[in-house]
Write a protein that binds this ligand. Sequence first.
Ligand SMILES: [Zn+2]
Length: 242
Amino acid sequence: MADNFDIIAVSPHPDDAEIGCGGTLTQLAELGYRVGIIDLTDGEPTPFNDNPEIRIGESLQAAKILGVERILLDLPNRSLMDSLNARMTLAQVFRQTRPKIVIGMLGMTPQGSPDHYQSQLIFDAAIFYSRLSKWEHHFDNLPPWRIEHIYYYFTARELIPPDLPLQFIVDISKHFEIKKQALLAYKSQFRVHSSYNPPIIDWIEGMGRYFGSLINRKYGEVFYGTKVLNLNLFQYYLSSSK
Ligand SMILES: [Zn+2]
């Protein structure tokens, strides 16, 4: 596994990160940044598939379409829990990949997999464990890695996200089609007229158009943060309107 990623999105299952922030990830990859997705589990079995190799192949195809790298951890699908082992496993990869920015999945999905919210708890703890000194012996002597920029993506499944001090929307109008193609690579997950899943294209179109409309663009992806900005927005507005 190579070092020094610019930005990494953590996904409980292969496809969640694409749904929440695939347009933004491919945009950053196109700009030349090193972008990764860490899948905590292989996501299998699922209702239409019980062969993990098929899902892994689809996820690699999706990563290729987006222009990002992909790292698969061996934590258990369906029984993913915020455990010491899960935290340490993800923290180890943060120490190896040294991302400047990390993005995790936000919030509970009560009608969906409980793995989603557990992934947020694991994500938060792993960021903390990644930066702890005097714990190198737990991580193959890898030095601490402090991640300063921590954000969450949102998949608009069931609930509005909790109130967080920061939210912003990235304009993905030029990258929406790539995001769509990446999601369509998951043939075992998304069937166009399934009664089990809402049609994927309707879902991501609707979500993208809604968040895009909030910034007067065609498509957008929303991100949340837990810190307020240290930024003089008045100066930014005045200088950008000169
Ligand atoms: Zn999922």
